[in-house]
Design a protein around this ligand. Sequence first.
Ligand code: F6R
Length: 591
Amino acid sequence: MCGIFGYVGNRNDGQKLVFSGLKSLEYRGYDSWGVGVIPEESKNTIAIKKKVGKIGNANVSDLPGGSLSFGHTRWATHGGVTDANAHPHLDCSGTIAVIHNGIFENYEEIKKGLLRKGHKFVSETDTETLTHLLEDFSKDKPFAEAVRAAFNRMDGLNAVIAVSAKENLLVAARNGSPLVIGFGKNENFLASDASALLPYTRDVYFLEDNEMAVLAPGKVTILNVKTAKEITPKRKRLDWKIEQGEKGKYKFYMLKEIFEQPQIITDIAVSGASQAEEIAKKIKDARGTYLVGCGTASYACLAGSYLFSKLAKRHVNFAIGSEFGYSLDFLNKDSLVIAISQSGETMDILESVKKAKDKGAKILSLVNVPGSSLYRLSDYKMLIGAGQERAVASTKAFTGMVAHLVLLANSLNGGVKEGQKSLMAAVKSVNQILSLKSLRKIKELTSRIVDKKHIYVIGRGLSYPASLETALKIKEISYIHAEGLAAGELKHGPLALIEKGTPCISFLPNDETYGSNLAGAMEMKARGGYIIGISHKPREVFDYYIHVSDAGESSIIPEVIVAQLLAYYLTIKKGLDPDKPRNLAKSVTVK
Ligand code: F6R
């Protein structure tokens, strides 16, 4: 979702640095971008360039040089995707600029008052209201104090950067959306994602909710937004690897990330066991455990509920992040919430986890981004260890989540070694899928179904979350409507949609669901469905067969990797960009 990058320092080409910072945030998903700078030659003004669309081959060479600069990638919420609605936004005098992530919930009433006072609005955004409010407030207050007062008037979950040309100051405030300050030598940085700071500094401070930072050349002051009390920041040293995100031999990040999976799962199998045993004790001690995630991560959670039942004979509840907040009144201090998230910044998860915390529940997070908001607010933390995921569609993070859950569920019954074995069987199976022969088979299938309007995917047990994830991958990047179903539900309604030639993907792993899944495939075949069987052995009912060797309880991993490849090749065949699907963002920081 929206990306923010800011710079205050001694370079006089800050705008170029900010522009390249924005490029490193592109993966978050956006529909327009903008850069602002206080020109060295004309200190009392702010120069701005903003454009609809991707950064692509654009540059900021037409902007003047300056040592205070800031930029934004926008993912539209209020107001259409237009140049005028892109950030930064200026006040009437052109000396105050604002960029913003989040939703300014009460902007309408404030805007009405500002219009009455004669302020001129040029965009349809909620953000612009803040620039004019700051213009009013800074008439009789120092700029940082004006930002604090204005931020306190804002309802909603927001991160804001406000710049004053008159005071040569950049002020940031956070409540909800992430912001990280990077400390350099005579220069300081700010970004919505710590990975964007790595080329410049590893010395950072993650701004907490209701904190603000005032960045002047050579100086950063952190304050509590409510009380104005100064805070001594506990800085962190980032020991992350710089993953330049080079695609290497791959044309797209998604394909690169798909191919990284055997190594990631191997690493988890080898080095995740002792941590899993440790964390399993927390689950044992809890009275009521809840797995919570959104989108792809929610399907990992659902898979987890099957794994815990099957392997650990333990009931673990599953909930979608955006819904959990409405159904957690029964939580108490003995409850354990396992929150799973790639980014650790998904607002729907953060909101419900905070509510769960208020009820006294303990939070265990399984996240991929160290230092993320979810990671920091958790009582117990586990890292997925999948490395930076840049394609919007999650692949390696999902299989990493499932791999940890396999180890956790096995650890609960004292059999972590069994979990390791089954993960290594999954790695073997995935390596076969990634062989040229198997890739050819998957590519060939795409030619047969690329023109179809609807695809149905069925499975039972652990293959049910695999079906949901398959459908999500297909729809989000290839824009073909796909629906994942519990195979048993077919005859309760969806079978009515199957007609001659409808592609029906059936998962038939080597487990207790095999016979019933086969029956489901036959029911669809009898209605004319084109049956794509994903299984350890071929069957007559399959019109098209993709082999996935048996990996026991970890079979969901290779099953989903076939689905990732299928979605990827469908997208390529349609000439679309699998890394940046329309309307979607990598880090979903609004509700
Ligand atoms: C789909 C996808 C999304 C995310 C969801 C949660 O490919 O990537 O459905 O899984 O937005 O994101 P995280 O895991 O960052 O909480």
